[in-house]
Design a protein around this ligand. Structure first.
Ligand code: G3P
Length: 257
């Protein structure tokens, strides 16, 4: 059960823009997401945390300091306050108008246009199945008719369980986390959570795991790969997709193999 793509360039490999086209635009901003669409990415990966007033917002770090002109932590601020921050100048002054997007804004933008990988950040995961970031995000996804075009993922497997309990039809990937893997092979980890895919760093991905995932027909997406050499190697190994900050480069590498 994988998301269907709006734009499919005809093979079974997915070009995923990591935090948008984040080599060229400030990560996790509308500019980076628009850039990803312009570069024909087939999916955008983004990170979700919760504001103080319980709104899913798109931002990677818990701390605001590195990627905005604010300080402190995301859950200390209401969405109204977060919206006042400049989320682009740290990258380049010309992006000073970029704001932290809400998940709702990104869904509105992506609907009818591009598939999403919504990573639920560990810091936001709820203790309960209902009422937390998982349920709120899923409801928004459905509100924008994106349920067939979204792959959820999390390093925290409680989020995977919650999402599958809320809706067994929703696509969810396990993000490989050595503390929760119990030294099992990928197909065992995925099976345990009835997950639909396995997402993993290129640093941990091995030939043994590649064989295991292919043998069991489990889609596997590898992050974050920005060099031509590594892209070529992984595409040749038959991975299902690559997360990259440079979707334009990944397309070029793939087309010239
Ligand atoms: O979701 C894939 C990848 O982005 C996970 O790593 O650290 O960027 O959340 P991180």
């Amino acid at each position: 059960n994988l998301p269907s793509l709006y734009f499919d360039d005809g093979d079974d490999f997915i070009v995923i823009a990591h935090r948008g086209a984040s080599a060229y635009y400030p990560e996790n901003t509308m500019a980076a997401f628009e850039g990803a669409v312009a570069m024909d990415a087939e999916m955008i990966e983004l990170d979700v945390l919760m504001s103080k007033d319980g709104v899913p917002v798109v931002f990677h770090d818990l701390a605001l300091d590195d990627h905005t002109n604010g300080n402190g932590y995301i859950p200390q601020y209401t969405v109204e306050k977060l919206k006042k921050l400049d989320a682009g100048s740290w990258f380049d002054k010309k992006f000073a108008d970029q704001r932290i997007p809400t998940l709702e804004e990104v869904l509105q933008f992506a609907s009818g246009k591009i598939a999403l990988n919504i990573e639920i950040k560990t810091e936001a995961v709820s203790d309960q199945v209902e009422g937390g970031v998982e349920q709120k995000s899923l409801e928004l996804v459905k509100q924008y008719g994106m349920e067939k075009h979204v792959l959820f993922s999390s390093f925290d497997y409680r989020a995977v369980e919650h999402l599958k309990q809320l809706d067994p039809e929703v696509s969810v990937a396990l993000l490989y986390n050595k503390h929760q893997s119990q030294r099992q092979l990928p197909h065992q980890q995925v099976g345990k959570f009835s997950a639909d895919a396995f997402n993993c760093s290129f640093r941990q991905f091995s030939k043994k795991w590649s064989r295991n995932l292919k043998k069991h027909g489990i889609p596997h997406f590898i992050y974050t790969v920005n060099s031509k050499r590594k892209m070529k190697k992984l595409i040749k190994a038959g991975v299902s997709g690559i997360f990259t900050n440079k979707p334009d480069l990944l397309h070029r590498v793939k087309d010239n193999l």
